[in-house]
Design a protein around this ligand. Structure first.
Ligand code: DHB
Ligand code: FE
Length: 281
């Protein structure tokens, strides 16, 4: 049976791509953020994942307001990145894992999730930034195939945090029931508190972010008690991207061992957090 080796959650900001391209990782502005990754990469070297399921939110590259699935799962042989207009390098295509994709899709539909399956899918910075941070030296050949799981945080109504936790749990079940000798990493990309637009642009809530990060260690469904409206109030219109962290962490199972956590304000407009978990011993 397949094994889940662990879960990595991180904030994403397009400017990370610009900082990497210009070699700014050790500049004082960027260092606190980039310093979160070497310990995680060391652990990944030992954990040896050979596939990654990436929970992320598309920002208008693949899905736009005309067609907005609540949950979409990639089932493509590869996923291309494309220019979103941020002026950051477009990254090489990411290999897919259609066998794992269809395992997830079949299990999710059997579990009453009405998902959209995508045999073609562009992936944006929310998908590419964690990949580049975890495998900075990949060049044009990523070391493992991926399955993107996209959750709508753009066009309201958004799925509830409770539903995202349930989605994550079902993804975890599907992986654990996969009769393949494979080692799967879970990635959740989004948040933490930030708001890019409107009267509260620049809003950050350190107290909530830290409480939320703590909850992922020992009570991963804690934030599911909040409605989407409450989460937007607490974390900002884009802070609600923390749904990705909840889904990825839920897929790991209730208990987990915290391997690493870092939190830094700000990068760009965002409170930047990164965490890594191994399954409970
Ligand atoms: C920023 C944050 C995001 O989550 C995003 O998708 C784009 C930009 C920012 O802080 O600049
Ligand atoms: Fe975002």
């Amino acid at each position: 049976m397949a094994t889940i080796v662990g879960c990595v959650t991180t904030s994403h900001v397009p400017a990370i791509g610009g900082a990497i391209a210009r070699g700014l990782q050790h500049e004082p502005y960027w260092k606190p953020f980039f310093d979160g990754f070497p310990p995680i990469r060391e652990w990944l070297g030992r954990a040896r994942p050979d596939a990654a399921v990436v929970f992320y939110n598309d920002h208008g590259l693949n899905f736009f307001l005309d067609k907005m699935p609540t949950f979409a799962v990639g089932a493509a042989p590869q996923y291309r990145n494309a220019d979103e207009g941020w002026g950051i390098p477009t990254l090489p295509a990411f290999p897919g894992d259609p066998e794992l994709s269809w395992r997830l899709i079949e299990h999710l539909v059997e579990s009453d999730f009405d998902i959209t399956s995508c045999q073609e899918m562009l992936v944006d910075h929310a998908f590419t930034m964690p990949m580049k941070l975890l495998w900075p030296d990949a060049g044009s050949s990523w070391p493992l195939p991926t399955v993107p799981v996209c959750i709508n945080t753009v066009q309201h109504p958004l799925p509830s945090a409770r539903r995202c936790v349930e989605l994550g749990r079902a993804v975890g079940e599907a992986v654990r029931r996969w009769p393949a000798d494979r080692r799967v990493l879970l990635i959740g990309s989004g948040g933490l508190s930030h708001q890019l637009d409107g009267r509260r642009a620049g809003f950050i809530n350190k107290e909530f972010d830290q409480r939320f990060m703590q909850s992922l260690v020992d009570d991963p469904a804690w934030a599911a008690k909040y409605s989407i409206r409450e989460l937007v109030e607490l974390t900002g219109t884009q802070g609600v991207e923390l749904l990705m962290w909840m889904a990825a962490r839920a897929a790991l199972g209730d208990g987990a061992e915290l391997l690493h956590a870092s939190y830094h304000i700000p990068i760009s407009n965002t409170a930047a957090g990164t965490m890594a978990f191994a399954p409970a011993a």
